[in-house]
Design a protein around this ligand. Structure first.
Ligand code: SAH
Length: 396
């Protein structure tokens, strides 16, 4: 047995006590035991309903957020550059099977103007997102990235889908900084169900993220909360995976049914079905903060869509430290309809900036300057000790 394994076992199973398991020889078994204990703790929190107990979760996440990433809120300007897509994702309103949706692809000039706006508004990052659109060639986007990097101090984040790793390599060489690719779920069977004929399955997304991490990108991922067929256990495993993958960014939002998709019929009535609610999403935001204390975590637009009044603010008080103001020209916004009734669909970029700044300052927080890269912190304890500690040592 190596020292590390012993330490891992000690840390995972008995965070507060001496561990007698370390002399055992079957370490894969111990690893499973560790995983099971962590999973049980996460699932228990996902099912928690008692308000005063949940208040402890919010407060702990808020405190861990403050200690690890501070009070600054990073603004990442979002440009939805194309709604063409080759994928058939059963939940997504811009999937290739969606009929009657007008498709658009922004020009290079429009994208550069959007990035210029992000710089002018003091945002540290521009996020370039699209359906998986091979009408956008790697070289074409590479040129845009190169121009943004030479003309501005912006960090460039890409959210372009399951493109070949060579594309991501070219974009890295052009200067891109970060990649977002949600796993959507870590449950293989559920993944297959919501991604008909997806080829490589969910493993493909994980492989792309890992390859991007090795190239030097910051990597971000996440899941939808309450996707039909999602059980508490599977969502719990998703959250633990955020820790295992050492994600730099974690984005989670509620699933919002789109009537013109295969999955549009809303959640199933299965008892173990996770509800796609605001409250459940806050729990996932808080737990994500507790498992990965130094990650950058946004209050997502999907959350704002469920609660335009205070969705993002609540997320910022329950573990989140990032917001993504929309910079997509208003004429395209309604066409990037991944789900219906998206928040702020008619707001101009200026209105969006002013509104968000006001909301952030009303919480006693401030808009952070600079690109807002992840700043790694050595993290105290482990998942179990952080979650168990909330109830005074409760879970182990
Ligand atoms: N083509 C890119 C970007 C997809 S859109 C990619 O594949 O990564 C960005 C995210 O929106 C998706 O990853 C998904 O998690 C989320 N999304 C899509 N449809 C949704 C829906 N109906 N409800 C909530 N979130 C949705």
């Amino acid at each position: 047995m190596s020292e590390d394994w012993g330490r891992k076992c000690y840390n995972h199973i008995y965070p507060f006590l001496n561990c007698s398991f370390c002399s055992f020889s079957d370490f894969s078994g111990i690893d499973r035991l560790c995983d099971n204990a962590e999973l049980a703790a996460v699932v228990e929190w996902l099912k928690a309903e008692d308000e005063s107990r949940l208040e402890r979760l919010w407060q702990a996440a808020d405190q861990v957020r403050r200690e690890n990433v501070g009070d600054g809120v990073h603004l990442r300007g979002l440009l939805e550059i194309s709604n063409y897509c080759v994928r058939r994702c059963a939940y997504c309103g811009i999937n290739t099977e969606r009929k009657g949706l007008q498709r658009y692809r922004m020009s290079q000039d429009e994208i550069l103007a959007g990035a210029g706006q992000a710089a002018e508004y003091g945002y540290g990052t521009v996020v370039i997102q699209a359906g998986e659109d091979y009408g956008i060639t790697a070289e074409w986007l590479g040129e845009i990235i190169r121009t943004i990097k030479s003309d501005t101090a912006l960090a460039v984040t890409l959210s372009m889908g399951e493109r070949p790793v060579e594309d991501y390599r070219l974009w890295k060489e052009a200067g891109a900084d970060r990649v977002l690719l949600r796993l959507e779920t870590t449950d293989e069977q559920l993944y297959e169900r919501i991604h008909p004929s997806s080829g490589r399955g969910g493993a493909g997304r994980k492989e792309i993220l890992e390859a991007c991490g090795q190239m030097g990108y910051e990597i971000g991922s996440g899941v939808m909360v309450g996707i039909p067929g999602q059980s508490y256990e599977s969502l719990g495993r998703d959250i633990l995976t955020f820790d295992r993958m050492d994600l730099d960014m974690i984005g989670v939002g509620p699933y919002i049914a789109h009537p013109d998709t295969r999955l549009g019929g809303a959640a199933t009535g299965e008892t173990e079905q996770v509800p796609a609610t605001e409250l459940m999403t806050y729990k996932v935001v808080s737990l994500s903060r507790l498992v990965r204390p130094d990650a950058n975590i946004p209050g997502t637009s999907a959350l704002a869509t469920l609660n335009i009044g205070t969705g993002r603010e609540n997320a910022l008080c329950r573990g989140a430290n990032v917001v993504m103001p929309n910079l997509t020209p208003v004429c395209y916004r309604s066409m990037y309809e991944i789900y219906p009734a998206k928040a702020c669909i008619n707001e101009t970029a200026v209105q969006c900036r002013d509104c968000l700044r006001g909301r952030i300052e009303s919480l006693g927080r401030y808009v952070a300057a600079g690109p807002g890269n992840r700043v790694r912190k050595s993290v105290n304890g482990n998942v179990l000790s952080r979650l168990g500690g909330l109830d005074g040592g409760g879970f182990v």
